[in-house]
Design a protein around this ligand. Structure first.
Ligand code: 3Y8
Ligand code: NAP
Length: 249
């Protein structure tokens, strides 16, 4: 009997949940519990960490999970590594739904860096207005550059003091639009953007707006992931499940 665990938290995972529900697949959608009011799902939802790879392995056994789809964000690399380990130890078929990274275009002005610390180091010395659109979990490295005015965007209101002296928080949840981000960046006189190479459509508005404003973008490359089966679309994941299910019938 097929029972699918979807590791979610992204627009791609939400599209997969809709496709799974449409065919009546027995599936569970998993959130980390990072945000206060996550989007509703057409599937049963579980929220919170599993307790590392061993905790996820226990969950897989206890819930009778037969297949795992890792549809988490490209920067949720701890969850992805845990899924690889737990599925190996329980011999559970795993596939990752991975969206392609954004590719720099001829009119883009990207400064590509390997990680968040390098992004902070890449900021100029002279004061600028920086659109730091990487959420709230990884702001500490930017405290080394207090001379900048930071425009931050969070999903929820900040729950404590920020490590940046000159920061303005915008509370908004994506997916975002190019016109919306263009208006935001003009109104705040942004002259530099920091972003992760998340890929997909939900976060790319700011890099399209930066291109139209001829602004530099510090682009953080996504972390390397170990070898695993992957698919670039919901349809391919559904085809994998169908193939797996026939095999397992
Ligand atoms: C909790 C689920 C949908 C899904 C929306 C996508 C698109 C909008 C763009 C900017 C960049 C950022 C951030 C972002 C985007 C989608 C997608 C995506 C970036 C929700 C969600 C959860 C999270 C967690 C949250 C992180 C934060 C990162 C904000 C829901 C809305 C910056 C990533 O406050 C916190 O602790 C938030 C933490 C991880 C990164 C960070 O370090 O702060 N996402 N985002 C998931 C869970 O609990 O398991 O609340 O409904 C999902 C989405 N966020 O169509 O509804 O799929 O990429 N999410 C980044 O750097 O790209 C915003 O502002 O321009
Ligand atoms: P992470 O750093 O890779 O994971 C840290 C821990 O959070 C994991 O070890 C796991 O805890 C728990 N976790 C993460 N995703 C989970 C899920 N879907 N279900 C259950 N537990 C989960 O993850 P993150 O970067 O904080 O991302 C957290 C969530 O936000 C994910 O759902 C991700 O898809 C979503 N998201 C992240 C980003 C981003 O920029 N990172 C962007 C958009 C959406 P245990 O070890 O206890 O099991």
């Amino acid at each position: 009997m097929t029972r699918v665990l979807i590791l979610g938290g992204t627009s791609d995972a939400n599209a997969l949940a809709r496709a799974a529900a449409a065919v009546g697949l027995d599936a569970i959608y998993s959130y980390a519990g990072r945000t206060q009011v996550p989007v509703n799902q057409p599937l049963p939802v579980r929220t919170g960490g599993f307790g590392g790879p061993d905790g996820l392995a226990c969950y897989i056994r206890a819930e009778g999970v037969t297949h795992v789809v890792d549809a988490t964000h490209p920067f949720a690399d701890t969850m992805s590594r845990n899924a690889i380990a737990a599925c190996a130890s329980t011999a559970t078929p795993l596939i990752a739904l991975v969206r392609a990274p954004w590719i720099e275009g001829a009119e883009d002005r990207w400064i590509t860096v390997p990680d968040i610390d390098s992004a902070a180091q890449a900021l100029p010395d002279e004061a600028a207005c920086v659109f730091l659109a990487i959420g709230r979990q990884h702001l500490a490295p930017f405290a080394a550059k207090p001379q900048h005015r930071y425009i931050l965007r969070f999903v929820d209101e900040p729950d404590g003091p920020l490590p940046l002296p000159a920061a303005e928080v915008i509370v908004a949840r994506g997916p975002f639009t190019e016109e919306g981000d263009l208006a935001l960046m003009r109104s705040k006189s942004v002259n530099l953007v920091v972003t992760r190479n998340s890929g997909g459509a939900g976060a790319r508005a700011k890099i399209d707006a930066a291109r139209r404003l001829c602004l530099p973008v510090i682009m953080i490359s996504r972390p390397e992931m170990p070898e695993r089966a992957s698919a670039a679309s919901v349809d391919n994941v559904m085809a994998w499940l169908a193939h797996e299910t026939c095999l397992g019938a």
